[in-house]
Design a protein around this ligand. Structure first.
Ligand SMILES: [Zn+2]
Length: 636
């Protein structure tokens, strides 16, 4: 544990020479007092006391956020910044070439700087942790909103002692160790800045904690906060599935790198929806009815497995370019196809192994991803590695034009590449070994408190070769670093399945369309359309593209009748039986245009079909490693 190590080091140095005592004085924790009682009004108040020496000082606001892989620190919403020392106001100025740096001169005789500011939480729901994070009923608190730190210091070496006041009656969950609670103020044990930023907190009026591994160490808790009490009604079978997830991760990796693990789950329509990984917790934000609406639950089934996998793949083992010493040094995302790609693959495998998904859900998801990637025009010019290097741009790119631009494809293409890796290992070792062995060897190690072990591509190649000898460098070179007009489908084919197209819409796509309010006919005419007709994207080379439909136009009518999803689908299917084109009336700003699609192949959706000439390796991959929990277990 970082906190304990630092303190034992401090205790030893206190017995040493005078210079060491002086160093200890400088090592006093920075205190952080947060008042979140105005969270329903979307304002947080913070006060910091930062030990300092006389002279120039630069204080930094966290810019590059771990897990967000981008300089997304919400500096614009830091307001009412005042600084003082020894009871006197101290002027500050922002560095003109660095929006995240505050410069000041610490006056003679002062041993600390007092900083006060407010943080304005945005009402919109875009972005990640800098997006909407508070409602009338709850708050998702990321400590990086609320800290400044001295430039030049490493986040693992700075100590912070935080307190927090919440609105009356609100309960909370966090992995941050609580020292005491008195008079409505939570007082946390001093921890490193790294641990503080790594330990967000959720709180609210409707709150529930479920113990997912009663009586075992380390503990696993599911903390849920929601906009309504009804949204907390977690079904017993889902409790068993989440419990099973924790036993499956233990069996897969063979060691755990946390003192206890907390799933923080926020259910609200008014917060940004995403997941953010941490060593000892994950910040998971989903629609309010995610636990009680079966279609929504299936749509979001991989969220918690994905974020939990990150405790091993992303936090403990981390690409060297993402293991930065503070929040100011730019990150290099080149290996995100390992950090996120392998996590995504393990997330969908674990969601199935623990029963959150059926095998059918897994197959439908894989088919949809493979088909989307296989038809994506942007892969002709952009290698997958560039989607990783440019992740800091692509996370924030608009959906219009995504097929030609490419998106953060290292997630979904990662599924295909790591499936192929898994299949190759199984084939080369006659089924004796698998990717599970690589995970245990590469991500397992010794159980204990959080720590970071960086890696390079060489380490990944060497690790795979220890499991099964192969030219893994060439394998990744051709799939990740070179452009490929077609998606890597070798894993699907090698595992005894093939990608085909048929006219029945997969259930998983129906769930997603209902959850995200869009219509996807991209596999037939090449269009994705929002509820209001706005065209999300057009697949280059598709019938809609050839007929002149463009992204950000608006679909008004289909064959002369006001459009709705079933009408569009009906027209596509009907065009099979005659030669008349499908006529789409589209609005392009204030101009209208009729686009005629010469398309007669009917509705088309991807599906995986079993290839009986080969063994079903996917079936093997999806088998749980641990027994499913029995009725009644894990429902405490
Ligand atoms: Zn992730």
């Amino acid at each position: 544990m970082i906190y304990c190590k630092l303190h034992s080091r401090q205790f030893a140095s206190a017995c040493a020479l005078l210079w060491a005592v002086s160093a200890l004085a400088q090592n006093k924790p920075i205190t952080l007092n947060v008042d979140a009682t105005d969270a329903p009004r979307k304002i947080l108040h913070a006060r910091l006391r930062i030990p300092a020496r006389t002279g120039p000082l630069t204080l930094l606001y966290p810019k590059w956020l771990p897990g967000e892989h981008s300089p997304s620190g919400p500096i614009t919403d830091l307001v009412a910044v005042t600084m003082s020392a020894a009871g006197k106001s101290v002027p500050w100025r922002r560095a003109a070439d660095d929006m995240f740096a505050f410069q000041l001169d610490v006056p003679a005789g002062a041993d600390a700087v007092e900083v006060a500011f407010d943080f304005l939480m945005p009402p919109s729901s875009g972005g990640f942790s800098s997006g909407a994070s508070a409602t009338a009923q709850l708050v998702d608190l990321s400590w990086n909103y609320l800290v400044l730190y001295p430039a030049g210091a490493k986040s693992a070496e700075l100590q912070y002692a935080a307190t927090l006041r919440l609105p009356g009656g609100w309960k909370f969950g966090t992995a941050l160790p609580l020292a005491r609670e008195s008079a409505g103020v939570l007082e946390f044990s001093p921890v490193s800045l790294e641990t503080l930023v790594d330990s967000p907190l959720i709180a609210g009026a409707h709150f529930r904690t479920v113990d997912l591994s009663p009586g075992t160490k380390p503990s696993h808790a599911l903390h849920i906060v929601a906009d309504s009490a009804a949204a907390l009604e977690l079904k017993p079978e889902d409790v068993r599935r989440f419990s099973h997830l924790t036993s499956e991760t233990g069996a897969l990796f063979g060691a755990r790198h946390y003192r206890g693990y907390s799933f923080l789950l926020t259910l609200s329509e008014h917060v940004a929806h995403f997941g953010l990984e941490h060593h000892e917790s994950s910040d998971n934000r989903a629609p309010e009815r995610m636990l009680i609406d079966e279609d929504l639950r299936k749509s979001w089934a991989t969220l918690l497995p994905h974020e939990m996998v990150h405790s091993w793949n992303g936090k403990y083992r981390r690409p060297a370019g993402l293991a930065t010493p503070d929040y100011h040094q730019p990150m290099n995302g080149e290996l995100l196809w390992v950090y996120e790609g392998l996590t995504d693959y393990l997330g969908i495998v674990l969601a199935t192994r623990c029963g959150l998904w059926t095998n059918q859900n897994f197959l439908e998801n894989l088919a949809l991803n493979a088909a989307m990637l296989d038809r994506q025009a942007g892969r002709a010019w952009r290698p997958l590695a560039d989607t990783a290097v440019a992740a800091q741009l692509l996370y924030f790119a608009r959906p219009e034009g995504a097929a030609w631009r490419r998106s953060v494809d290292f997630y979904r293409e990662g599924d295909l590449i790591w499936l192929e890796t898994d299949v190759l290992i199984r084939q080369k070792t006659q089924g004796r070994r698998s990717l599970d062995d690589f995970c245990k060897q590469f991500h397992g190690g010794e159980s204990g408190p959080p720590r970071v072990v960086p890696y390079t591509l060489d380490d990944v190649v060497a690790g795979l070769n220890q499991v099964a000898a192969h030219d893994w460098r060439e394998f990744f070179q051709s799939r990740v670093y070179a452009t490929n007009p077609r998606a890597p489908l070798g894993g699907i084919e090698g595992s005894g399945w093939r990608l085909i197209y048929q006219d029945k819409e997969p259930d998983l796509l129906k769930y997603r369309e209902a959850a995200d309010k869009f219509t996807d006919v991209s596999f037939s005419i090449g269009l994705q359309v929002k509820e209001d007709g706005a065209v999300i994207d057009v697949v280059p080379g598709s019938p809609a593209d050839k007929a002149g439909v463009g992204a950000s136009m608006k679909l008004v009518a289909v064959n002369g009748r006001r459009w709705k999803p079933e009408l569009l689908r009906g027209a596509i299917q009907f065009a099979r039986t005659n030669d008349a084109p499908i006529e789409l009336l589209v609005e392009n700003e204030e101009f209208f245009r009729s686009c005629k699609l010469d398309y007669h192949d009917g509705e088309r959706y991807p599906r995986l079909e079993r290839d009986a000439t080969k063994p079903d390796l996917l079936g093997e991959i999806l088998k749980p490693l641990t027994p499913a929990l029995e009725q009644g277990a894990g429902t405490k």
